[in-house]
Design a protein around this ligand. Structure first.
Ligand SMILES: [Zn+2]
Length: 119
């Protein structure tokens, strides 16, 4: 994202992102991974090396990875929830960056308009 120098333009960029900050559907934090596992059933083919491959949702909670099994019937839907989460997360990060830039611009302009006030 390229940030303009003028506060009016920064505000315009920020406000257009604020307008997009509306969920289009459910959100879900985490990422999807494929994991191959042994099931533990005696005599199952997975004991001869052909493991069961399934989709899992992983997320990190207090430094530990939490894993949730995702059945195939929900996979498409879950992908959509995660995508929406990332869209909003990106918008929030960009709005925060633009707001930090606005604060900086305000400080710079004050210093310019009152040169004698500084030591
Ligand atoms: Zn098995």
């Amino acid at each position: 994202m390229k940030i303009p120098e003028h506060p009016t333009l920064i505000r315009r960029m920020r406000d257009s992102r604020v307008k997009q900050l509306t969920p289009r559907g459910p959100v879900l934090a985490g990422s999807l991974v494929q994991i191959a596992k042994h099931c533990g059933r005696p005599g199952c083919h997975c004991q001869r090396g052909q493991k069961h491959v399934g989709w899992y949702l992983t997320r990190t909670v207090a430094g530990k990875t939490q894993t949730t099994y995702v059945p195939l019937t929900l996979l498409k839907e879950v992908q959509g929830w995660i995508q929406e989460y990332h869209r909003l997360k990106t918008l929030i990060a960009e709005i925060s960056q633009l707001n930090r830039e606005l604060i900086r611009t305000e400080v710079t302009q004050r210093q310019r308009s009152s040169p004698k006030s500084s030591s």
